[in-house]
Ligand binder design. Structure first.
Ligand code: NAP
Length: 332
């Protein structure tokens, strides 16, 4: 790949797509040409990027007839299922944010701090993991490498921006006393909904199974016992997670804390005496994963509890995808 690729952003008018553009600009991502794509609904609208005005074009089967090297997709699973293979067939490498390809054995599922080596194995499509999985993986990888992991219990507190623009609207209107319920089956203002994505036959939600399956795939270890309860909370940006981990080997708490503090992409915020711990509002707009409340779980052997917070639109989506694109530039 040439070092100034032609870029396409598919879903450019959405919450994640808009953040793709922001992150590409902030990181000064090199490019030759930029194509912005969305549905027929916003075709013809204009977006300013690095001082230039770009026309949003409708995504069609012919959108990739022109040379595109990297296509950043965030336009939903159905769109990705149909159009990612077309883009890849025409020579683009797709970095896809939807869940369409994540568990496909031929598609690398990548968190650059955790398994960057997978990127080179792509066959035209690379998947960005689920937002709640990405931040958990950044926090768990150093512990996995040093101590091994036997079991993980995830309990999440996920922001409404995880549902895109309509989730934000539901909360903002709900707080004014006007429950729209366009994103959720119940009012989100004043509620915690233990329901993210659809319910499956096993009683879990799809979001919960994504966290379980993607943890196995990214760490390359199906033996880890994983369970999850994912909850939507009335917070605008950033997902918070309680992660209870049973390690394979004994650990010293101070060593474990130092490992986390030294790991790429992590900021440890953990000073309970000063009321300091990771918070959603402080993480919003940042690219790091914040880890705190690091403490021994006395109820099991080798147990530890973590509180992990990250901006779901940035590290949980756009930043992670742009980091993958940066690695693509390095290796291709
Ligand atoms: N929000 C998150 O935290 C998050 C995190 C990780 C991954 N994701 C994934 O990223 C994707 C987008 O999420 P979002 O939050 O940005 O949603 P969003 O704000 O609702 O934006 C959706 C985008 O997709 C476009 N789109 C919809 N249908 C299309 C079609 N048939 N052809 C072309 N473009 C189409 C929309 O274009 P129009 O303006 O024309 O409708 C819009 O640009 C989803 O797959 C989601 O699962 C979201």
């Amino acid at each position: 790949m040439k070092n100034k690729p032609n870029l396409a952003v598919v879903g450019a008018t959405g919450l994640v797509g808009g953040t793709f553009l922001k992150v590409l600009e902030e990181r000064n991502f090199p490019y030759e040409r930029l194509y912005l794509m969305a549905s027929a609904k916003s075709a013809g609208s204009k977006i300013v990027f690095r001082g230039n005005e770009y026309l949003v074009e409708e995504l069609t089967e012919h959108s990739f007839d022109k040379p595109v090297d990297i296509a950043l997709f965030s336009a939903g699973g159905g769109t990705s299922e149909k159009f990612s293979p077309i883009a890849a067939k025409n020579g683009a490498v797709v970095v896809d944010n939807s869940s369409a390809w994540r568990m496909d054995a031929n598609v690398p599922l990548v968190v650059p701090e955790v398994n960057p080596g997978e990127i080179a194995k792509h066959k035209g499509i690379i998947a960005n993991p689920n937002c709640s999985t990405i931040q958990a993986m950044v926090a768990l990888k150093p512990l996995y490498d040093r101590y091994g992991i036997k079991r993980v219990v995830y309990s999440t507190y996920q922001s409404v921006s995880g549902t895109g623009l309509k989730g934000i609207r539901d909360l903002e209107e709900g707080l004014k006393g006007n429950d729209l319920n366009i994103a959720y089956p119940h009012p989100i203002a004043g509620n915690c909904l233990p329901h993210i994505d659809v319910f499956l036959d096993n009683g879990y939600t799809k979001e919960e199974m994504k966290m379980i399956n993607e943890t196995h795939k990214i760490l390359g270890d199906d033996k880890i016992a994983v369970t999850a309860t994912t909850v939507r909370v009335p917070v605008l940006y950033s997902h918070s997670e309680s992660i209870n981990v049973e390690l394979e080997k004994p650990f010293e708490l101070e060593e474990l804390r130092a490992l986390l503090a030294a790991a790429p992409g992590i900021v440890v915020v953990d000073d309970p005496a000063k009321n300091e711990y990771p918070l959603a509002r402080a993480a919003a707009g940042r690219d790091e994963v914040f880890v705190g409340r690091i403490r021994r779980d006395f109820s099991v052997e080798n147990g530890v509890n973590l509180w992990v917070v990250a901006d779901n639109i940035r590290k949980g989506a756009a930043t992670n995808a742009v980091q993958i694109a940066e690695k693509l530039l390095e290796i291709l």
